[in-house]
Design a protein around this ligand. Structure first.
Ligand code: ZN
Length: 485
C-alpha cells in the first residue's frame, strides 16, 4: 500500500471503530502472496492460508514478464503460462493487456508516477487442476488500487473455468445466500451495493471472481474494495468451512479442494508432455565464463559491468549464458524472486558460470511506495529464493525502476546498484539499436543496464561483447568492479 492510500484508510479505520479486522484488512501493496503468509489469522478465526505451490513442479512453466521502465509511466506485469492450459493463459493475457491499456490511457497513475503492478500466485497446480490469482496494484483504479481475480483450468474437460464454477449450478442460490448473510451487518457493508453485487448471474460471476481453498479445505472468498461495501471499508473476506461448502461443490470444485488440502505433487492436464525446452535444467551448463577467481584489476584495465534485470527467463537466460561464455565475460543478474522460485536451475547455471546474482525484489514494485516492512519482505523473500537455488545470499540489490530513497536504503542491508548506461532495451526491441547504444555510450568502469527477459536484448549481447572486447574492455561483476577500483 502506498503512503497515499494508507493515509486515506487510517481515518476510516478510526471512523469504523467496530470494523472487524478480517473484513477490512486489505492485501497491502507488496504483501507476500497468500501462500507465504502463515501468520495473521487469529487462533479462533478460520485460517485464510492457502497452501504454497512449488512452481518448479510445473513442467514447462513459462512466466510471461514485461515492464515499462519510463519513470513517468512505470509498470510491471507477470502471469504464468502453464502448458496444456492455454485457454486460461489467454484470458489472463487479455486481462493484463486490458489493465495496462487502461493505466496508460488514464495517464499512468494520474501523473503521480505511481506504478501499475500485476503479479500472480498459484492457488493449486496438481492433479488435473490449476488455479491462479492475479493481483493488480493500480494507482489509477477506483478504490485502494488492489484488485484480485482467480483463473482456473480443468484438465478433465480441457476447459478453463471461473471461480463460481467451483460451485455446482444447482447449489448457487444457497451458496450465494450464505455468502450474503456472512457479509450483511458487517461494518461498511452497504445494502444497496450488496444487492446490486448479487443481482443476477452475470453480476454474481463478476463479484465472486476470487475464490480459493485454504489448506484446511475451507472456501475463501475475497471481495475487491467497493464491490460489496462502502469504499472506505476496503476489501472484505468470507471464509466458509469445508463442511459447509462440501454439499455445494461441483465435481471440479471437489477436485480443486482435494488438491488444495493434499496436493498430489504432480500436475497432469492430459495434454501431451511439453517438448523439452532448452531450460538450464536440460541444457548442459555453459562453461564457466572464466573459471576460478577473477583476477582482472579494474584499476589497471578498462572494465565494464554488464547487468541483466528481471529474469531469469526461459530460454533467454540460457542463451545469454552461452554468449557470455564465448567471450569469457562475467555479468551480474538482478533476478526477480517470483521468477527465481520458478527457475532455480537458471540461477544455478548463472552462479556456476562465475556470474553474480543480485536481488531485484519479489515482483518488481516501486519500493518507494511501500512501507519499510514491505520493502524488507520483498527483498528477504527474494534473497531466500536465491539462497535456496545457489546456496549463497546476494549482497547487492537493484531497486525496480531505479526508484530509491532513504527509507528504502534503511530497510535493507543489501547494497543498491543503479547504472550508467541505459539503452532502454525494454522500449526498443531492436537488437542492432540496443547494441549500438551500449557500444556508443559505454565508458571504463561503467555499469550497463539490460534485461534478459527480452530476446532482442539477449541477441544484442554478442555484438556488444565482440566490439567492446576489441576495444580492450574486460567484463566483470558489479562486486568485482567495486572491489578492484
Ligand atoms: Zn526491472
Amino acid at each position: 500500500m502506498g503512503g497515499m492510500r494508507k493515509n486515506t484508510l487510517v481515518p476510516v479505520l478510526l471512523l469504523l471503530g467496530a470494523l472487524s479486522l478480517t473484513a477490512a484488512c486489505s492485501p497491502v501493496r507488496g504483501t507476500p502472496p497468500a501462500g507465504s503468509a502463515d501468520t495473521g489469522a487469529s487462533p479462533s478465526a478460520p485460517s485464510d492460508v492457502v497452501r504454497t505451490v512449488d512452481p518448479t513442479k510445473i513442467q514447462g512453466l513459462d512466466i510471461v514478464n514485461d515492464s515499462g521502465n519510463d519513470p513517468s509511466c512505470p509498470w510491471t506485469t507477470s502471469y504464468p503460462a502453464v502448458p496444456g492450459a492455454e485457454s486460461m493463459t489467454a484470458v489472463m493475457k487479455g486481462e493484463v493487456e486490458r489493465r495496462l491499456h487502461a493505466y496508460v490511457d488514464n495517464g499512468c497513475g494520474a501523473g503521480n508516477e505511481l506504478d501499475l503492478n500485476i503479479g500472480f500466485d498459484f492457488l493449486v497446480a496438481s492433479g488435473d487442476v490449476v488455479g491462479v490469482r492475479l493481483t493488480t496494484q493500480d494507482p489509477g483504479a477506483a478504490g485502494d488500487g488492489t484488485e484480485t481475480r482467480t483463473y482456473w483450468y480443468d484438465g478433465e474437460d480441457a476447459q478453463r473455468r471461473e471461480a463460481l464454477d467451483l460451485i455446482a449450478e444447482a447449489s448457487r442460490p444457497d451458496f450465494v445466500a450464505t455468502v450474503r448473510a456472512q457479509l450483511e451487518g458487517r461494518a461498511g457493508i452497504d445494502p444497496a451495493t450488496l444487492g446490486n453485487a448479487f443481482s443476477g448471474p452475470q453480476a454474481r460471476r463478476a463479484v465472486l471472481d476470487d475464490m480459493s481453498f485454504t489448506r484446511e479445505g475451507a472456501l475463501r472468498i475475497d471481495f475487491d474494495r467497493s464491490t460489496v461495501g462502502v469504499p472506505p471499508g476496503g476489501r472484505y473476506q468470507v471464509i466458509l468451512p469445508g463442511a459447509t461448502v462440501a454439499p455445494w461443490l461441483s465435481g471440479f470444485g471437489e477436485r480443486v479442494q482435494e488438491q488444495a488440502v493434499s496436493p498430489s505433487g504432480r500436475l497432469d492436464l492430459g495434454a501431451p508432455a511439453p517438448t523439452a525446452t532448452p531450460s538450464a535444467a536440460a541444457a548442459p551448463t555453459p562453461e564457466a565464463s572464466a573459471p576460478g577467481a577473477d583476477t582482472t584489476d579494474c584499476s589497471k584495465v578498462r572494465c565494464i559491468a554488464l547487468t541483466f534485470d528481471d529474469g531469469p527467463a526461459v530460454p533467454e537466460t540460457a542463451t545469454l549464458l552461452e554468449y557470455l561464455a564465448e567471450y569469457e565475460a562475467r555479468a551480474t543478474f538482478f533476478v526477480v524472486g517470483q521468477n527465481a522460485a520458478a527457475h532455480p536451475e537458471a540461477l544455478r547455471a548463472e552462479a556456476a558460470a562465475g556470474h553474480e546474482i543480485g536481488n531485484h525484489s519479489w515482483n518488481h514494485p516501486d519500493l518507494t511506495q511501500l512501507t519499510a516492512a514491505e520493502v524488507a519482505s520483498q527483498l528477504q523473500r527474494t534473497s531466500a529464493a536465491i539462497k535456496a537455488a545457489t546456496g549463497e545470499e546476494p549482497t547487492l540489490f537493484r531497486p525496480p525502476y531505479g526508484a530509491i530513497d532513504d527509507a528504502v536504503r534503511s530497510a535493507t542491508d543489501l547494497s543498491p546498484v543503479l547504472w550508467d548506461v541505459d539503452p532502454e532495451d525494454w522500449r526498443y526491441r531492436d537488437s542492432a539499436r540496443v547494441a549500438q547504444t551500449v557500444i556508443a555510450q559505454a565508458g571504463p568502469n561503467e555499469v550497463i543496464l539490460l534485461h534478459d527477459i527480452h530476446p532482442t536484448s539477449v541477441a544484442a549481447v554478442p555484438e556488444i561483447l565482440r566490439t567492446l572486447s576489441a576495444q580492450g574492455y574486460h567484463f566483470v561483476t558489479v562486486s568485482h568492479l567495486r572491489a578492484t577500483l
